[in-house]
Ligand binder design. Sequence first.
Ligand code: SF4
Ligand code: SF4
Length: 349
Amino acid sequence: MKGCPMLYSFTISPKKLLTKFTTEIPSSQMAFSCANCGLCAHACPRDIDFGAIFTASKKNYAEDKKVLKKYGYGGVIFHQKSSFSKLFSTTKKFTTGEYTHMAFMPGCALSSYSPNLVHTVFNYLQSKCSGIGIIQQCCGTPTRVMGDMAQFKIYHSQLEADLDKMGATTVVTACENCFMSIKTYAPHIKIVSLYSLLAQIGLPESAKDRHKNTLKMALHDPCPTRYEKEIHKDVRTLLAQIGLPFEEFKQNREKTLCCGSGGMLELTNSALAHEQMRTRANQTECESIVSYCQSCAESMSHGGKNGVHLLDLIFNPTFEMKQKEQGTLKKWYNRFTSRQMISALKDNT
Ligand code: SF4
Ligand code: SF4
């Protein structure tokens, strides 16, 4: 199980551990150390899925909120209540245009990172897909990965109701967790990756070949979309179009590794999370690592390299090849700013 961030912290033999699970359940510490990255299910020739075992255990442990609190659930509750509050979430629907059935969903991490980037991307989408709307909302993944399915269902229903009110039957996601969450829990909604849409509609002329003189970067594929071959292909197409010299990690695409922030690991087992961030970041000689998930980019920076978001390379001509360090307060302020910018948008009637 090479590449699992946690198994070898608990056993020297995954096989023995599996035998143990025939008579006893995983400890809460073990279950909440799983990053839900899905690598084990992919790697095991005998279809043994430790991730599924730990996910089931988390759901059982989540029945007892005292156990959840031990693993930092208080922080998740605060994050999720705020994310779904009117202060940080909103929608904007446009009345006319060919794409009024579509909504762009930037996701929490990107809105927290840069409201300007969110709105530059959205302006571009509007110029190509007239009538596309925007929804700033969380997909509820932090609650789900902690195992609190009852609360996740409430959040997920709120998201679905907001999309329904917008008349959005197609959602364009910038975040890989949002992509998988909506794909899995709202199969009636058509889900499109922003990166696939960009490959289809084309990039702004000014972005083409912009990075042909940029130093080589390594490309990190986020783990939630490990089986989404089209996204992998489209991201590489975009990198080729902007001219960025890049190299692949040995474990890439469906074999990709967790960046260290999966499964809310930074809250549930922070030491393990940071170890995994360093491990992944140091699997390349490149000083910069580009990804298409803002949390992954931040993890690579925490791991000691320079984490970069693909969207900065495409849409931010003044990007200085380094993301600015931002504290928690600033990130919430960014989300609020992004929300205000959405509220200020005028309908196109
Ligand atoms: S899902 Fe990922 S972190 Fe969890 S056991 Fe499997 S490989 Fe390890
Ligand atoms: S931040 Fe990226 S690699 Fe890390 S768990 Fe999330 S998607 Fe996977």
